[in-house]
Design a protein around this ligand. Structure first.
Ligand code: GLU
Length: 280
């Protein structure tokens, strides 16, 4: 199956956008043009009859900006307060943008505890299913205001893969400020080679991953590879694409060979609960 056929066959798509892709790096203010383009594309996926879920970071970044907190906060309570402030702002903007296209978004805040607890997890899955049946676009984030250090996803790359596994999505798209996977960090090594397709995640590949490159958000390449492991085991392909230009998302959805694709290989032994309760 070529990329075009592969993408056309997808029925349930999770799209994750990171904090650094939602704000202007120069000011930290929301990049409204980018958000508008994202929302338009998501509304269109929904119009084409596919299910779509957005996992959006940005609560802490937007809260920081709102309160003029210029340094990345170290104290948990400050981060959690920023998340509470930023989350409502973000949702307000998403709500307005989706309304332009006659689409209804819904907020779903998740913690690792919610996912571990059998009944909560089943409830969450049933709620997603109901929302998607209603044609609503769920917008997911970690419930940052209540999580503790011991039990948090910490980054939305992992969270988005967990959501993809939970709702049996067949495609996860991570929108990032990097084109995809390189053999080395391209910001440091100009000879770094771009990798278009990964069939299996090897230990060597994991070693290539480097830490986060910006001071907003918490995901680097390592968390993206961890996300790919979950998504691929759960039976979803995962694509990383650079949303410096949001048209790349459109290109991915048209089946163009943009970004790095990590190919699904459903592992019958993969159980979400085992992954969640394992030490990482
Ligand atoms: N949940 C965090 C927020 O909304 C973001 C986590 C991440 O950057 O991946 O601010």
């Amino acid at each position: 199956m070529n990329r075009e056929e592969l993408i056309a066959s997808k029925k349930r798509i999770v799209v994750k956008i990171g904090s650094s892709s939602l704000v202007h790096p120069e000011t930290g203010d929301m990049d409204l043009v980018k958000m508008e383009r994202l929302v338009r594309i998501l509304a269109d996926i929904s119009n084409s009859g596919k299910d779509v879920v957005l996992v959006s970071s940005g609560a802490i970044a937007v809260g920081r900006q709102t309160m003029n907190i210029t340094e990345k906060p170290k104290e948990k309570s400050v981060k959690q307060a920023c998340a509470a402030i930023g989350q409502t702002r973000l949702m307000m903007v998403y709500q307005r943008l989706f309304a332009e296209y006659n689409k209804v978004p819904a907020q779903v805040l998740i913690t690792k505890l919610t996912m571990i607890h059998d009944e909560n997890r089943r409830n969450a899955r049933a709620t997603f299913s109901e929302l998607l049946n209603l044609g609503v676009i769920p917008i997911v984030n970690e419930n940052d205001t209540v999580v503790t250090d011991e039990i948090e996803f910490g980054d939305n790359d992992t969270l988005s893969a967990i959501v993809a596994a939970l709702i049996h999505a067949d495609l996860l798209i991570l929108l990032s400020d990097i084109d995809g996977l390189y053999t080395d960090d391209p910001r440091i090594n100009p000879d770094a080679q771009f990798i278009k397709e990964i069939d299996y995640i090897t230990d060597e590949l994991e070693a290539m991953a480097k830490g986060p490159g910006t001071d907003v958000g918490s995901g680097g390449m390592a968390t993206k590879i961890a996300a790919a492991r979950i998504a691929n085991d759960a039976g979803a392909d995962m694509i990383i694409c650079n949303t410096g230009d949001m048209r790349n998302l459109r290109r991915v959805l048209e089946g163009q060979e943009v970004g790095t694709i990590f190919k699904a290989h459903k592992n019958e032994n993969f159980h979400l609960i085992d992954y969640l309760t394992k030490e990482h």
